[in-house]
Design a binder for this molecule. Structure first.
Ligand SMILES: *[C@@H]1O[C@H](CO)[C@@H](O)[C@H](O)[C@H]1NC(C)=O
Ligand SMILES: *[C@@H]1O[C@H](CO)[C@@H](O)[C@H](O)[C@H]1NC(C)=O
Ligand SMILES: *[C@@H]1O[C@H](CO)[C@@H](O)[C@H](O)[C@H]1NC(C)=O
Ligand SMILES: *[C@@H]1O[C@H](CO)[C@@H](O)[C@H](O)[C@H]1NC(C)=O
Ligand SMILES: *[C@@H]1O[C@H](CO)[C@@H](O)[C@H](O)[C@H]1NC(C)=O
Ligand SMILES: *[C@@H]1O[C@H](CO)[C@@H](O)[C@H](O)[C@H]1NC(C)=O
Ligand SMILES: *[C@@H]1O[C@H](CO)[C@@H](O)[C@H](O)[C@H]1NC(C)=O
Ligand SMILES: [Cu+2]
Length: 617
């Protein structure tokens, strides 16, 4: 563990020739490192000694190889968030679902292609809550880098903006707390690119903040990623406007706004023109969006970075004005404090609701390149999201409800809370090998909730007689099978059951068309007419607004087992998840190939993966 302080960064090679598909090969050394913020030293799990971790930069069509060397005391897996992994579910990185965890002092190599996708994605640990510090950007650039490679003006520079949290506690412990229904843990600060910024201090000494240098008149592409465990965020830069051009690595119609809203798991690409008065500096503020009481309250920790105007060094002598400006910059006057933007109230969810509502895809302009929404739907599901409880004593059906010690709070989809099966291999492995025992271990996610109630009745939020009647629920390994290329429509409904959270729902292995959203209870008779079947935005994570709903459609065209879950970490730990099983097609090239590596999770290390693979052949 101590060795982690000097964690060695070795990137074996990172070639990226633009002409043809390249091989991007990196090594991720996962280790623990001591970091001090807010006057306290904390042991954090990081990749290559960096927080955020190393960025992967690929070009569409490249092959990616990442060697994970686990020097941490935790089980580990890495999920390539948003990478579709077509016919390659084995490397999706979900422990016990697609692979065995990488044990401490063990290695694992991920190999995959980034075909057919471009834009901003990210990678993160998918064990416990460790993604809070084990995460990084994953950028896929277009294959051709000419002026027409992007459907918007080419930016002078591209800047990843990773929004995160600072945790002063052991994240594995936090996960365990949530699994056992203890819900009091909270972050100590928010971060931009790993920096807490000057709204936080240690005994009066302000924390270092992220600094973004911009040259006057130039255009910048911000690749914003919400890697936080707990909150949606608003992002604003005083004096500047954004033009949103993509979300979750799918282009959108340019949308001009002075504020971005981004929920955990999502990415937003936005252009910013440096067109503000260059003799001032500006704050970029990220502020969490919270749920009002009676939900438990956590402090709204806003964080900020500074935007500085600078001329590039190759202008410094040729341009007298620039030289004057940069000398002025070096001696800021007292009234030179950066301009702070006005931020929405932390309970303002409507700004986020309208932000999502204003996004549309480029299909009207580029119909020939983009898939159309399928009008014919094969499977329809209505999925409620909320909290419930199970008796603390396993197997017991009746116990005292309403926040009693006899129960554990859990999170549910259609009144079932997800738990892993008791298997010796990953679920995908058991499924692939036709292990009959798996059939006895899973239950099918129902197409709708078992009982109808006023889902968004705020009287259900606090404990009480109405809430207690609906509170009992159960745990199971919930799966839903889909025929290959079935067109699936899911309406997610956030409920008021014991809380009033929004829910950023993330589907692995597929993108979803976001057809419509609304507040209150979904009503098909009224709401189907509002579906955007022409140019809906396409996302891998969709925010289901608090006390509202979202309708999505996707084509189940990627055989394998794909986790579908809330990207709030506490909801995930509490079981707001299910596994979507997409069956094989009729041909070899529409079927999941054999596992690339030996995938038993038993502790028998006598066979190295490579040897097993050779023997299996
Ligand atoms: C790590 O994974 C192994 C193998 O699946 C499992 O037996 C062990 O309990 C896990 N450890 C923790 C701390 O979860
Ligand atoms: C893991 O990889 C590192 C670096 O390549 C190597 O030194 C180590 O021996 C490997 N460990 C195992 C268990 O294979
Ligand atoms: C000015 O530009 C020259 C060359 O363009 C560079 O060598 C020098 O470091 C620059 N000076 C400053 C202060 O940026
Ligand atoms: C788009 O944003 C504007 C301004 O916030 C809002 O008034 C409008 O309702 C939004 N449109 C949709 C479809 O959400
Ligand atoms: C699993 O069963 C299916 C259908 O019964 C069969 O086609 C397939 O080959 C079996 N797979 C394995 C790995 O045995
Ligand atoms: C559901 O509850 C909400 C909020 O309490 C209330 O405004 C609404 O009228 C209720 N709807 C029905 C159909 O009872
Ligand atoms: C969930 O199911 C249990 C029975 O297993 C029932 O008592 C409870 O009322 C249901 N709750 C909801 C929200 O459907
Ligand atoms: Cu959720």
């Amino acid at each position: 563990m101590a060795a982690a302080v000097t964690a060695v960064v070795f990137i074996l090679s990172a070639m990226s020739t633009r002409a043809s598909a390249a091989l991007i090969e990196q090594t991720f050394v996962v280790s623990q490192m001591r970091m001090t913020h807010l006057c306290r030293e904390t042991l954090v799990t990081v990749v290559n000694g960096q927080l955020p971790g190393p960025m992967i930069e690929a070009t569409k069509g490249d092959s990616v190889i990442v060697h994970v060397v686990n020097q941490s005391p935790h089980n580990m897996t890495i999920h390539w968030h948003g990478v579709k992994q077509q016919l390659n579910c084995w490397v999706d990185g979900v422990p016990m679902i697609t692979q065995c965890p990488i044990l401490p002092n063990h290695n694992f190599t991920y190999r995959f292609d980034v075909a057919g996708q471009k834009g901003t994605l990210w990678w993160h640990a998918h064990v416990f809550s460790l993604r809070g510090t084990v995460h990084g950007a994953f950028i896929i650039r277009p294959r051709h880098c000419g002026a027409n490679s992007y459907p918007f003006p080419k930016a002078h520079r591209e800047i990843p903006i990773v929004i995160g949290e600072w945790w002063e506690m052991d994240l594995e412990q936090m996960d365990s707390d949530f699994v056992h229904g203890f819900l009091d843990d909270q972050p100590s600060a928010s971060t931009i690119n790993g920096k807490l910024g000057d709204l936080f201090n240690c005994e009066g000494a302000v924390e270092v903040g992220y600094v973004l240098d911009m040259e006057p008149g130039k255009t910048y592409l911000l690749r914003v990623i919400n890697a936080a465990l707990f909150s949606e965020y608003y992002l604003r830069i005083s004096g500047h406007k954004f033009t949103v051009v993509a979300g979750d690595a799918n282009y959108v119609n340019p949308y001009r706004t002075d504020i971005l809203a981004i929920s955990p798991g999502e990415t937003v690409d936005a252009l910013v023109v440096a067109d503000a008065p260059p003799d001032r500096s500006y704050y970029m503020v990220a502020k969490p969006i919270l749920t009002p009481p009676p939900d438990p309250q956590i402090p709204a920790f806003a964080t900020r970075a500074t935007v500085l105007y600078k001329y590039s060094s190759n202008h410094n002598h040729s341009n007298g004005a620039a030289a004057a400006l940069s000398s002025r910059r070096r001696r800021p006057r007292s009234d030179d404090a950066p301009v702070a933007p006005e931020m929405p109230d932390e309970f303002d969810m409507m700004t986020s609701f309208y932000f999502c509502g204003n996004l549309t895809s480029l299909r009207r302009r580029h119909a020939q390149h983009l898939p159309a929404v399928r009008a014919q739907v094969d499977e329809r599901m209505f999925v409620t999201l909320g909290l419930g409880s199970v008796c603390r004593r396993r197997g017991q059906q009746s116990c005292k409800r309403g926040d009693s010690d006899e129960t554990i709070s859990v999170a549910t989809m259609n009144n079932v809370s997800f738990e892993l099966p008791d298997l010796k291999t990953s679920m995908l492995d058991a499924y692939y090998r036709n292990t009959s025992s798996m059939d006895d271990m899973v239950v099918e996610l129902p197409n709708g909730p078992p009982r109808m109630f006023n889902f968004t009745d705020s009287a259900l939020m606090p404990t009480g007689p109405e809430e207690e009647e609906l509170e009992p629920t159960s745990k199971a390994t919930v799966v839903r099978r889909f025929r290959h290329v079935a067109v699936v429509e899911v309406v997610f409904q956030s409920t008021a059951m014991w809380q009033g959270d929004s829910n950023p729902m993330h589907l692995h292995g597929h993108d979803m068309f976001v057809l419509a959203q609304g507040l209150g209870n979904y009503d098909a008779a009224r709401d189907v007419a509002r579906y955007n079947l022409v140019d809906p935005p396409v996302r891998n994570t969709v925010l289901v607004p608090r006390l509202g709903w979202v309708a999505v459609r996707f084509v189940a065209d990627n055989p394998g087992m794909w986790f579908m879950h809330c990207h709030y970490d506490f909801h995930l730990s509490m079981g707001m998840a299910a596994v979507f099983i997409v069956e094989d097609g009729t041909t070899a090239d529409t079927s999941l190939p054999p596992p690339p590596v030996f995938s038993s999770c038993s502790h028998d290390n006598s066979l190295k993966p490579q040897e097993f693979f050779l023997k299996a052949k």
